[in-house]
Write a protein that binds this ligand. Structure first.
Ligand code: GUN
Length: 315
């Protein structure tokens, strides 16, 4: 037996803990802004009745209120014409009291998402989805940066995880997570590889990652053979599973019972792109689903709202 072989028991990175720290700092920044006569304001626009969006938007509005950020929720009917949505964006762009505008995605099929996102004033684009912000991020300039990847960097820094020179692998190339994540890791001087559905031998590439970020939306695509012993594994996936057999493959004794009960009661349980059992036994650090990066996203949205208020109002 190889006596040098180390049994890893991943440290769980709790989104709750990191988001609480970010929110505390934001609340303090908000009170300073208020003392200077600035009341930051976030407007969330939601179109239609997507149930997941409803949950996310409620959480965003509630968190804003908790931190002293004024918020408005514009809920528009599913059949809202493109022109009406664009007119609302124009109105919010023009309003002096509005610092952040967030158009919740996905939008209904008849709406051209790109046209809507490009209509936002880049200075109020707290999601960081506008091409001006994406371009500024790519060129390493001050920008509003997408919340999930920005939250992940913030968490890694708080944890003291060395990114400089590290091999970082990002699985997924979306504009919301994969691409900005790769650019932010590059900014931190990591050696970055982006993988996607056409990547040859995903396990071979991933298994060399000191930092592995999974953001593809494929249940359990990252397994034991994808994980370098001791790696930092960040799971951005949000998938649900409905059967006991998948749950048994996914979870060890520490949480299987709880998950099976959830499936029995609610018909499904939330999982990520990473097989939790494999990550917990082989990684050095692991962000669970739920309770991992999802919470960071909302906290960073608040941080971006304060940043947008400062940038636009020059305070
Ligand atoms: N839908 C899922 N994630 C997000 C997000 O980060 N921002 C917006 N606007 N919509 C989303």
């Amino acid at each position: 037996m190889n006596t040098e072989m180390k049994e890893y028991q991943a440290e769980i990175l709790s989104g709750k803990e990191f988001s609480a720290a970010i929110k505390e700092e934001v609340a303090e920044a908000v009170s300073k802004l208020k003392e200077a006569g600035v009341e930051p304001c976030l407007v969330v626009v939601r179109v239609g009745a997507d149930p997941a969006s409803e949950v996310y938007v409620r959480s965003k509005v509630k968190t804003a209120e908790e931190l002293g950020i004024r918020s408005e929720h514009r809920h528009l009917p599913e059949d809202t014409p493109q022109e009406d949505l664009l007119a609302i964006v124009d109105e919010l762009n023009a309003r002096e009291d509005v610092d952040g505008i967030l158009v919740q995605l996905p939008l209904p099929k008849h709406i051209n998402e790109t046209e809507v996102l490009e209509r936002l004033d880049p200075l109020k684009d707290v999601d960081g989805f506008h091409p001006v912000n994406a371009g500024r991020l790519a060129q390493g300039h001050e920008a509003l940066v997408p919340c999930t990847p920005a939250g992940i960097i913030d968490m890694l820094k708080r944890k003291g995880i060395e990114m400089k020179g590290a091999n970082a692998v990002v699985v997924g190339r979306s504009n919301i997570v994969g691409k900005p994540m790769a650019l932010l890791l590059l900014q931190e001087h990591a050696t970055v590889t982006i993988c996607h559905s056409r990547t040859r031998d995903l396990a071979d590439v991933c298994s060399r990652a000191d930092i592995l970020v999974a953001a593809v939306g494929v249940t359990g695509i990252i397994r034991e053979e994808h994980i370098k012993p001791g790696a930092v594994v960040v799971d951005v996936g949000m998938n649900s599973i409905t059967d006991a057999e998948t749950a048994r493959d996914f979870f060890g004794d520490d949480e299987l019972e709880k998950r099976l009960t959830t499936i029995e009661r609610r018909g499904s349980t939330l999982v990520g792109d990473v097989n939790a059992k494999a990550a917990k036994s082989k990684a050095g650090y692991f962000t669970p689903v739920p309770g991992g990066v999802g919470l960071l996203t909302v906290a960073m949205l608040m941080k971006n709202t304060v940043k947008a208020a400062r940038l636009r109002r020059k305070v």
